[in-house]
Design a binder for this molecule. Sequence first.
Ligand SMILES: Cc1cc2nc3c(=O)[nH]c(=O)nc-3n(C[C@H](O)[C@H](O)[C@H](O)COP(=O)(O)OP(=O)(O)OC[C@H]3O[C@@H](n4cnc5c(N)ncnc54)[C@H](O)[C@@H]3O)c2cc1C
Length: 483
Amino acid sequence: MTKKWDAVFIGSGLSALTCGAFLAKKGMRVKVLEKHYRIGGYAHSFSRNPYRFESGIHSVPMGPNGYIYTLLRALGIENKIETISHNCMYTAQFGDIQYVIPSSPDALRPWFYEQFPNDRSDINALFDDMAFLYKEIIDPLFRFEKKGNETNPHILDKYQKQTYKTYIESYIKNPELQNIFFAQWPFAGVVPEIASTTFFTLLFYVHAVEGSHYIKGGFGMLAEGLADVIREHGGEVTCSSEVISLCKENGKIKHAVLASGETIEADRFISNISPDTLLEQLLDTESTNRLWVRRSNQLTKASSALAVYLGFDNDINALLPENILFWYKNSDFTKMNKRITNCDHTSNDHLIFLKTPHPEQKSTLFLMKFANESETINWATEKDHIADSMILDAEKIIPGLSSHITCKVTASPQTFRRYTGNSGGSLYGYANLADRYSEARIPMQTFIPNLYQTGHWCRGVGVWNVMESGHTVAQRILAENII
Ligand SMILES: Cc1cc2nc3c(=O)[nH]c(=O)nc-3n(C[C@H](O)[C@H](O)[C@H](O)COP(=O)(O)OP(=O)(O)OC[C@H]3O[C@@H](n4cnc5c(N)ncnc54)[C@H](O)[C@@H]3O)c2cc1C
């Protein structure tokens, strides 16, 4: 007879593993099913001798007293994960003018005061408001209060009604200074004029409080640490196990069917995959729900990317000291957005340079620009041309860079989709648009009572947020099922 699990996860992204680890630690029998041969979803690295590249994630706020470490401490694995601090929160470069935003919380306000002495009172007012929002939304999460930010709809209301651009402009009058705040948009994938104020403000302020970090050994270490908690508590994390359908009985999901034909029975199922795939491929048409489909259709997917993974024969730190550089041809973010939305890949109006601080390894660089999936582009033939044009432009920004390249791997939106199943190769699930924060995306409780959703298609994007989403789903399940 097949074993019946308390909770089965479809996908092993960081949100699923966080949720699974908390459920397993509380005594639930947990099984995680991952279609790839490696766990972690986007928290993944790959090797091309002698280089190791992070597929995506490069920087996460992971201060020792921050939220992620609070979760790791609760799971007893805080000592397994070691971070390396980045040397900046980000570097914003417009043409030749560069601003290196410090990642150390103590250095942040003084840096802004020194650079913009005439804007000191605007800066203080903005940071005070960011601190207020942080206290309202983030502080309760540290106390593991069950409802998190859902408890403060009246506070959210003020922020939901404006874009990040209008929010920053309401505090900061100096356009040069405004652009420094706008320049962080690649961290969340949408330009300021359409971006969620709540999300972007918290993104900035969480980095301000915690700093910016890389994980020693790569972000896969985090996935492995969480998976170990599940295994140590009797659970299983299995790779090469693609779920192809979920079968219902009496209004609830009864079992998952794997591509191998095996069926896995459980009391509850937690989906870590894109809602499109869940609705269109895993559930039969009678099991879907009209309202849910409409909600999902109303949400815009976040952009994907064209990325080039570069390995060098020398140490590139002298050429590119900063770990995170957002370069812009100019500050016309509207035009950038139009080009990305129209799938026009001809120009490099922005380039993102992410270095992995591997003291023990040869220099690598992740060079990226946002790009959308399009039916009119043949990525197999086009991606290398686009990558070469990005390298040419990168050379203009950092002279000498291209002459040391000895390894080049290119990824297109198709690559990101293929490896994680994220629709359209979306980097961040649904786009962080102004009115789409947290529960205004896809709710974590689906229309099927024992089916939940976790990860960057629901509450928020990025490691910090998907771990929060995983933890919140775990809290909800545990509250519903006192075991
Ligand atoms: C290029 C790039 C750079 C990024 N940089 C950063 C960064 O610096 N900092 C940051 O915080 N965030 C960053 N992000 C975002 C971050 O990686 C994601 O938001 C987060 O990791 C998503 O986690 P998730 O739990 O939602 O699941 P995902 O990582 O999307 O994982 C979903 C998992 O489900 C599996 N799956 C799919 N279909 C099935 C199926 N049918 N059966 C079984 N398994 C299935 C997939 O294989 C995958 O393992 C970046 C993302 C990308 C792509």
